[in-house]
Design a protein around this ligand. Sequence first.
Ligand SMILES: [Zn+2]
Length: 208
Amino acid sequence: MIKEEIRQQKINKNIELRCTNPDYNKLMDEALGYEHRYFKDMTCNNKSIKDLFKVEYFNEDGTSKGKGDYGDLPYITISDWIIKEKQIKSQGICYNKQLEIIIKKDLPKLERKSAFLHEMIHAYEYDLGYSVVGKKIKEIILISLHKEIEKQLGKRKLNKVLGTITNVLFWDDNFHSLLFALKSFDLDIRLNQPFGFVYGYGKIDFFK
Ligand SMILES: [Zn+2]
C-alpha cells in the first residue's frame, strides 16, 4: 500500500475513534483552540506565510508579469491527530507515525499547557515534512519566525537567543530542530513566559 493511503487510513481511524469517545473530543477542542490562536503559521494560514509563498513571474524581456501562488499550500490541521491523556513518565509524547499525541494526566495547569503546545509543534513539523511543498514551507516558516522574533526582541537579544538554541541543538538527545526552537520561543513570547517554557515542558533552566 502506498504511504499516502496508509496515512489516510490512520486519519480516518483517528476520526472514528473521536466519534465514539467524548474525552477525545474535549482534548481536540482544546487543541483546535490552540491551533487557531497560536499556529496559523504552521498550518499555512497566516498572511506572512502566504505572501512569502508567492513567486514572481517574468516575461521573456525580463519585465515582471506579477506575482502568483507557487502552488497549493498543504492542508495541515491537528484534527487529523488523536490526542489522549495518560499516566506516562514524560510530560508528553508525540507518536508521529500514529498521528497521536499523549499528554501526561493531572499535570498542573501551566505545565499542561506547555506540554500540549510542545507536542503540537512536533505534530505540525511532522505534517509539514510529509510533502515536498510542506518541506519548502518549513523553510519559509523559519524565516517568518526569525523576522517576527527579531521584531519582538531586537537584533542583540535575538542573537543571544540563537546562540543558546544552536548550543542546545548539539546536546539535546531528543531531536528538536531550529524551527522547533524558534516556534517554541515565539509561543513563550506570546504567552508572556520565560524562554524555554514551551521547549522544556515548563522548565526554563536551560535558557536562563
Ligand atoms: Zn519534544
